[in-house]
Design a protein around this ligand. Structure first.
Ligand code: ZN
Ligand code: ZN
Length: 218
């Protein structure tokens, strides 16, 4: 059941999460990833500790303390942090606990809306700075090819998708920004369910999704 997670959010994002600086939708993304990923949970715990150290040191030259403390804290993770994490590990089910809290249950509680071509989505209620949605992509189906105006993070909950020669399975996070245009394809074998979070509307290259965009709020 515990699959290996190969694609993680950046330390920069984990650090903002620890500091409470992420928009609600991205906060949900990281809380969900951290509930599945032992490695990132340890890193976030270390960043929490680091935040405490920085606050305790108050007006001491913060930059020096910061670099030093960061190195020490990261070294501590490598040696294996002896203190058990206070952050929740995931419970059984397709949706990890942080998502179940939004949806009000596991898969059966999701109110899917068809987006066409067998693809379905469910928009989650979050604050407006960024949007979060669950996506259901039938095995072997492609998402419309698109670019990004802002940051997009996609995490797999069930099945897998392939993008640009890489495979993303349960717990893996793909981060895309303005540089990247892509066409993720759901792997054969199992329908793919993902959590996708964006802070700006996507740019579609073909006409149909572009016309549908205002109605689908993607
Ligand atoms: Zn991770
Ligand atoms: Zn994308």
């Amino acid at each position: 059941m515990t699959a290996t997670i190969n694609h993680h959010p950046s330390d920069e994002v984990l650090l903002s999460y620890s500091a409470g600086g992420l928009a609600e939708a991205f906060n949900l993304m990281i809380a969900t990833h951290v509930s599945l990923c032992d490695e990132c949970r340890a890193r976030v715990d270390a960043f929490d500790t680091l935040g405490g150290v920085l606050l305790d040191n108050g007006d001491v030259e913060t930059a020096d303390v910061g670099a030093d403390a960061l190195a020490k804290t990261l070294a501590m993770i490598k040696d294996g942090d002896p203190t058990p994490s206070m952050r929740k590990k995931s419970i059984p089910g397709v949706l990890p606990q942080p998502l179940q809290d939004y949806v009000g249950g596991d898969l059966e509680a999701i109110k899917w809306r068809s987006v066409g071509m067998g693809v379905k989505q469910a928009i989650l209620p979050t604050s407006k700075e960024a949007s979060a949605r669950l996506l259901y992509i039938p095995a072997g189906a492609a998402m419309p090819d698109h670019g990004h105006r802002g940051l997009e993070m996609t995490m797999v909950l069930q099945g897998a998708f392939l993008d640009d020669g890489e495979r993303f399975g349960r717990g893996d996070v793909e981060t895309a920004d303005c540089e990247l245009e892509h066409t993720p394809i759901a792997d054969f074998g199992e329908d793919c369910i993902c959590l996708a979070v964006t802070d700006a509307p996507l740019k579609f290259n073909s006409l149909i999704p572009r016309l549908a965009q205002p109605f689908l709020r993607i």
